[in-house]
Design a protein around this ligand. Sequence first.
Ligand code: ATP
Length: 240
Amino acid sequence: VAVEVVEETGSTNADLLARAALLQAPLLLVARNQTAGRGRAGRSWLSSSEGSLTFSLAWRFEGGVNRLAGLPLAVGVALAETLGRLGVQVGLKWPNDVLRDGDKLAGILIETQSAKDGGVWAVIGIGLNLLMPDEAEALLGRSIASLPWLARMDRNELLAALLDGLADALREFGRAGFGAFVARWNLRHAWQGETVTILDRGAVLHEGAAAGVDDAGRLLLDTVDGRIAIMAGDVSLRVK
Ligand code: ATP
């Protein structure tokens, strides 16, 4: 995979999306400093030049965008497994977060663009907190996780390890779909059995016990009316 490093940009996802139509091969874009990082549904991702790793990977898949429903979860598994190999245990929160001791350590944002030949480019953005400044929590109004121990590791080595793990996972996802990741995701499900609520723009849509994900990457929820499966869309998940 070709790698490009830039000193500073607004959003590595925005940059790669703008270039996706012209790409011939996978491309990893790393920004030492990302000034306007994005989250889902117009939310933003905060990073610091010294204290976080921000990058996006453009990867082409065959078929339509509907095949990519479980991709954010598969990417979470890849991150968790790589971090695990580096000695850091993390949990996964549906659909797209990596948690450490209950707080968000990394965010995953996937945006897509149709490829000219009928396939689709997925731009997979990852923001990983290594050593975020103290002000970050006040700015965000929530507590977040960092990895001071990993922050001491050589950035290039860390990035290479994450890219290796990601590329393996993306090849596997292309071949086998999310089915290859279900058990691995469920093994790391941070909120298994917890009572959670599903929110849509602040309004509670459902409440129940989180029971892992199915082979389409939907969250299974045991409610008073029985088990239901939730599609990611723009809903948010909160533990009660
Ligand atoms: P959640 O349900 O955790 O609020 P989400 O999955 O709906 O998040 P995302 O789009 O994944 O939201 O992430 C954006 C959110 O992540 C922001 O609204 C902000 O609260 C939080 N956030 C932004 N930067 C960071 C960071 N560096 N570390 C941890 N959390 C962050």
